[in-house]
Design a protein around this ligand. Structure first.
Ligand SMILES: Cc1cc2nc3c(=O)[nH]c(=O)nc-3n(C[C@H](O)[C@H](O)[C@H](O)COP(=O)(O)OP(=O)(O)OC[C@H]3O[C@@H](n4cnc5c(N)ncnc54)[C@H](O)[C@@H]3O)c2cc1C
Length: 454
């Protein structure tokens, strides 16, 4: 049996840990069954955001008339867009493998546990006192063998479809539907109920719904009853909540209905590692599982399912394992964004969650139009929604919808990172009239609301 100081299972974000452990002189084994780099650079955040870049340019041209500009798109080379994206993806795996020094042994294959500290890969057994599980998630399998998930378009095999039906109402479904629609692929999004981006604050989700559906054809309250494929085209039998039935045809069918953990591949039943009801791996504040020395980071824990969360966890675990730091790690806040048209960014509690949890809060909401830069965009919907603790001025939730919402959110995150007091956002000096200034009226309103309440 081969003996290592550390075994890392899953070469997504945790490949950085393997690299740095190798640099620190540890003998490391890293096991990956697919492409090194994991979901984010190969089939997640990065390629999906590369696509959004093309979509944004197309949307600007499509919406140019509101600036009194008569513009039409002559042609969008969707094939070229995918070739460029595929070319980016091709570089990821070799770039990640090249990061490791001679102390790191690469195993290409599926790892599973033989016992607590013994892992098997390609028929070989390895052991280490420290094992890091970072096996991420995979898309819920679609109900038809010819249907795609996001994994099947990164990289896209074959030619881009002329029409696509996408199933789902979450961020992956919306981002992909926006891309395909923007670049001229006939797109339909099917959502089971009336909720789209249903985890966002209701006020923001309702603005999103109104704006998003101006471009993308969305059938709400609809599910697919039957799928037929004749070798070229899908024929979908649709059923609506009110009992109405319909039919829709498209070249491609893509499901984005959620993700499941890869923990079922690990034979955890051979260990004392505990899993949660949803099949993710249970852990403590140091990311340690029920077995001493075995850790879990990233999506495999099911806690945040975001790349920046996985990155922070890997950084912390690195300090625990390489520097002996034993402080438990808890996130002060966890932001996210939806890179669609319109863009959404959010951190903390939504108003519905605050109510559900019985949290004391003051909510304020304000448009962006006091800002000249926001006015220059010639759109009315951008909005800031803030939930504040009436006793401490702490930001409990901050939600944005509008161009560059994710970028704008960082001024809020800086404050939350330091001492989380909304008054800083009111009192700081802004560059006039940068778009960031559009958040100022909401901050002023929030501080006044708290003062009035005292
Ligand atoms: C389309 C899409 C868009 C996204 N966009 C964003 C975004 O904009 N922002 C954001 O923050 N997050 C986004 N995410 C989520 C983000 O990609 C994940 O949160 C992140 O990749 C998690 O990293 P990880 O290292 O935990 O897991 P992963 O990157 O999934 O890595 C896990 C690795 O483990 C391997 N593996 C699994 N089981 C085994 C086994 N038994 N043996 C060996 N190897 C195994 C897998 O092959 C995989 O390579 C997106 C995800 C998708 C799908």
């Amino acid at each position: 049996m081969k003996q290592y100081d550390m075994i890392v299972i899953g070469a997504g974000r945790a490949s950085n840990l393997a690299r740095n452990a190798g640099k620190a002189g540890k003998k490391v084994a890293i096991i990956e069954k697919d492409r090194f780099g994991g979901t984010c650079p190969n089939k997640g955040c990065v390629p999906s955001k590369l696509l959004i870049g093309y979509a944004e340019v197309a949307r600007n041209i499509q919406e140019a008339s509101r600036h009194f500009i008569d513009a039409t798109i002559n042609h969008i080379d969707v094939q070229k867009i995918f070739e460029e994206t595929n070319a980016h993806i091709e570089k990821v795996d070799p770039a990640y493998r090249a990061k490791f020094n001679e102390n790191v042994t690469i195993y290409k294959g599926e790892a599973s546990f033989v016992s607590n500290y013994v892992v098997e890969v390609n028929g070989e057994q390895l052991t280490a006192p420290k094992i890091v599980i970072a096996t991420g998630t995979r898309p819920v399998a679609p109900p038809h063998e010819r249907a795609w998930t996001s994994d099947d378009i990164f990289p896209l095999k074959g030619t881009p479809p002329k029409s696509i039906t996408i199933v789902g109402g979450g961020f992956i479904a919306c981002e992909l539907a926006n891309f395909f629609d923007a670049v001229g692929v006939e797109t339909k999004l099917l959502v089971r109920n009336q909720r789209i981006l249903g985890n966002e604050d209701e006020e923001i989700a309702s603005i999103f719904k109104e704006e998003f559906t101006k471009h993308v054809d969305v059938d709400f309250d609809t599910h697919i009853k039957n799928i037929a494929h004749d070798g070229k085209i899908f024929t979908l039998a649709l059923e609506r909540k009110n009992g109405e039935e319909g039919e829709h045809k498209s070249e491609a069918l893509l499901y984005a209905i959620g993700r499941v953990p890869n923990t079922d591949t690990l034979k955890l039943e051979n260990t004392d590692i505990q899993i949660t009801k949803r099949g993710f791996i249970a852990r403590d504040e140091n990311f340690q599982t029920a077995v001493e020395g075995i850790y879990v980071v990233g999506d495999a824990s099911g806690e945040h399912m975001l790349q920046h969360a996985a990155a922070m966890e890997v950084n912390h675990l690195q300090k625990v394992l390489l520097l002996g730091k034993q402080e438990p790690y808890t996130f002060k806040y966890m932001p996210h964004a939806v890179f669609t048209h319109p863009e959404v960014a959010s951190v903390g509690l939504t108003e519905q969650k605050a109510k559900e949890q019985g949290v004391e809060y003051i909510a304020v909401s304000k448009g962006w139009l006091a800002s000249a830069k926001a006015q220059s965009l010639r759109i009315k919907y951008p909005r800031t929604k803030i939930l504040i603790d009436p006793n401490t001025y702490a930001i409990l939730g901050f939600h944005l919808i509008g161009p560059h919402a994710a970028t704008m959110m960082h001024q809020v995150l800086s404050i939350m990172h330091l001492d989380n007091d909304i008054r800083h956002l009111k009192e700081m000096l802004y560059i006039h009239p940068a778009l960031s200034e559009a958040l100022l009226p909401a901050a002023v309103k929030a501080v006044s609301a708290v003062n009035l309440n005292k």
